[in-house]
Design a binder for this molecule. Structure first.
Ligand code: ADP
Ligand code: ZN
Ligand code: ZN
Length: 667
């Protein structure tokens, strides 16, 4: 042992809750340094969290092997943020910290692709009164503040972001802009790159490892001071953050559903707090969580209610598909197409205008059912019916299992077996038959699997090479087409009855979003047709009146009664196994554990379940879950911590347990 040796605590990239102590003889090893250390027989990456003088330990501590040369030091603010993530979402700190680094070494080949578009510089417009007010109000305070920018689509939110970024760059600080992955289209990136050439870095999941690494370094080194990206961009340890923007803050895609199950929006708020800088959450349909925080004064509320280029919102019409069926004149139309929507499409075609049709369901038919024996094609691995694609492929939308569809029922041989329900593929087929001269294109996950394909379709939409665009919610987000006149939501009911307390909120958002796609042209407000079976559903009624506040009031009422977010905090404990009997015995132990816990802390929690998850079997794994609600996060945290500490006593070793805090997916 040398005199200058000391002890460092290192958070290692392994599923371990605490940091580990190592002996170190490297001179001047600052906190935040990335090191390589031995762990068992392996060598793992870790981050130095603290140092202390050497004391004679009872056992022989292992030694820090080296500083990782390719991994630069992390700043203290970033580390604090990771510590919060780790604690809040119950995920090992060392694994969280490891997410900070890009996939490759700094210096490598130049990339062929241009990640950030090169484009002629644009200039700020003269702002509308609403924009001016919002910019002034937000710029007033430079410290941590959460701002909700609630602005209808086309009200000029993006211009507000661009201006706020200018103020931030003028103080030589950096800005992070988060958008949902799917909105990272050239349409959006061009606007940022055009205003701030040479200052934009971009991080999203479709970049190559080399591209991602280069973008990461340009943001880390502050060569580019604006980082735009999907939620994972938060893990780039940018210095001197002066502003964070979360566009479409209500988007469920900000929540990561696996591993570290964080919500990018909430994590960004914490990052802003640590950097003591303002954060702006923008949306035309804010989430109820955010809206309630704005109403209660925790967040600052800013509203923009006017579209920049025109006063009129598109004409909106709801069609009751039940009545339509009874009174239909034109019997040749497919069952899902009302006469109103049909004639609107026809009109737009005649006027050389575009149509977009939305349906949140892929395929030709949702399930194939035999009317004689009620046989349904099911996935053998999952408890889900198979969806028909391409006339003869039956596909599981969860595990991608496929089998061939035959004309007779595999169970009773009946020839009556037939596809039921509706998907985007079916709409495409019917529309092409009804309008044989129209140029029809479809956008969904079956057809458009990478961003180049999506970009190609956007380009062809912009240059009027497409007449009718059919798609899932993939195309409902952030796209802006001047020549789009008719927008149809084919079946608004799709989301209503999902067993999720957020389904009304989602439907309201989708209807509003879809409507916002129309009327982007000043001379033509456009037309939105919403088809539904349940036309009295609150999400339709309020969306139709453009009554966001009314919707929130009614929905918040429901949530308060049930103690659901934003009133209560929620956690889902999911446990799954390949062995249903082990799952069952673990569940019995869990029930005992819960009983004892509730006896000790009777006021703190409500526990729903445990029981089978709505999708009991997926990919051949059996799934149980339990929902825990509380008025206070601290109570939830206490319970989850205690549960995880007792994990080994409750759950069989072949049962996997996960805690999901603020869950969105409870299926
Ligand atoms: P949002 O993000 O709220 O949907 P955008 O910022 O995209 O709105 O603005 C909608 C359209 O209006 C865009 O084409 C944008 O360039 C334009 N725009 C925004 N603000 C102004 C302004 N003050 N003057 C002129 N055009 C503007
Ligand atoms: Zn399956
Ligand atoms: Zn049958």
């Amino acid at each position: 042992m040398q005199k200058q040796d000391y002890i460092v605590s290192v958070s290692v990239n392994a599923p371990i809750d605490n940091s580990l102590s190592y002996v170190c003889d490297i001179e001047n090893l600052p906190v935040g340094s990335a090191v390589e250390v031995p762990l068992g027989k392996r060598k793992v990456n870790g981050i130095v969290l603290g140092k202390e003088a050497f004391k004679e330990a009872e056992y022989e501590l292992k030694k820090v092997q080296c500083i990782s040369e390719t991994r630069p030091q992390l700043n203290q603010k970033f580390i604090s943020w990771c510590q919060w993530l780790s604690k809040y979402y119950f995920y090992p700190l060392g694994v969280v910290l490891d997410l900070a680094y890009p996939p490759l070494k700094k210096h490598g080949r130049k990339t062929k692709h241009v990640v950030v578009p090169e484009i002629t510089q644009s200039h700020a417009p003269s702002y509308t009164d609403e924009q001016k007010k919002v910019i002034d109000d937000i710029s007033k305070i430079n410290s941590f503040n959460v701002h909700l920018l609630h602005g209808v689509t086309g009200s000029g939110k993006t211009e507000v972001y661009l201006k706020l970024i200018e103020n931030c760059l003028n103080q030589d600080k950096t800005a992070i802009v988060l958008v949902p992955e799917i909105s990272l289209t050239p349409q959006l990136l061009n606007r940022f790159a055009a205003r701030y050439p040479d200052d934009v870095a971009i991080i999203h999941s479709q970049l190559t490892a080399r591209e991602k690494t280069n973008q990461w370094w340009s943001a880390y080194d502050k060569k580019k001071r604006i980082l735009i990206g999907a939620r994972s961009a938060l893990f780039c340890p940018v210095k001197d953050i002066g502003l964070i923007i979360i566009d479409e803050e209500h988007e469920s895609s900000y929540k990561q559903d696996e591993k570290l199950k964080y919500n990018g929006r909430d994590a960004a708020i914490m990052l802003a707090k640590i950097h003591d800088c303002p954060i702006v959450l923008g949306s035309a349909t804010p989430s109820l969580e955010t809206y309630k925080n704005a109403v209660s004064g925790k967040f600052q509320y800013h509203e923009m209610s006017q579209r920049v280029h025109q006063q009129n919102m598109p004409e909106m019409k709801v069609i009751d598909l039940k009545k339509e069926r009874e009174n239909r004149g034109n019997v040749d139309l497919p069952f899902w197409l009302s006469e109103s929507l049909h004639s609107a499409i026809d009109m737009s075609l005649k006027n050389s205008k575009q149509t977009a049709l939305f349906l949140n369901r892929r395929g030709l038919a949702q399930s194939v059912v035999c009317p004689d024996c009620s046989f349904v094609y099911m996935c053998p691995n999952c408890e889900i019916s198979l969806t028909l694609h391409n006339k003869s492929d039956l596909v599981c939308h969860y595990c991608e299992y496929t089998e061939q569809y035959t004309d007779n029922c595999p169970s009773c041989d009946s020839l009556e077996i037939k596809p039921l329900g509706l998907g985007t593929e079916k709409i495409e087929k019917d529309i092409s038959e009804l309008f044989p001269d129209a140029r029809v294109e479809r956008v969904d996950r079956d057809k458009v699997i990478n961003r180049h394909q999506l970009e190609d379709i956007i380009n062809r939409m912009e240059s009027n090479e497409i007449d009718i665009l059919i798609g899932t919610q993939m195309i409902a987000k952030g796209l802006d087409f001047k020549n789009l006149q008719t927008v149809g939501l084919v079946l608004a009911d799709v989301g209503f009855n999902l067993p999720n307390f957020r389904s009304s909120e989602r439907s309201f958002q989708l209807i509003t979003q879809v409507s916002g796609r129309a009327g982007r042209n000043a001379d033509d407000p456009g037309k939105v047709i919403i088809q539904a079976y349940n036309t009295e559903h609150p999400s339709i009624v309020h969306a139709l009146k453009n009554d966001f506040k009314g919707f929130c009031e009614s929905e918040l009422n429901v949530r308060e009664k049930l103690n659901y977010p934003p009133y209560g905090k929620l956690a889902v404990v999911k446990f799954s196994s390949n062995h249903p009997n082990k799952l069952q015995s673990s569940q019995t132990k869990l029930q005992h554990f819960n009983q004892k816990y509730i006896e000790k802390h009777p006021e703190n929690l409500r526990i729903l379940g445990p029981g089978q998850a709505p999708f009991y079997r997926l990919k051949n794994r059996f799934r149980h879950q339990m929902i825990v609600t509380s008025r206070q996060y601290s109570h939830l945290q206490h319970y989850c911590q205690y549960l995880l500490a007792n994990k080994k006593n409750i759950f069989d070793s072949q049962v996997k347990v996960l805690v999901d805090i603020d869950p969105l997916n409870m299926m």
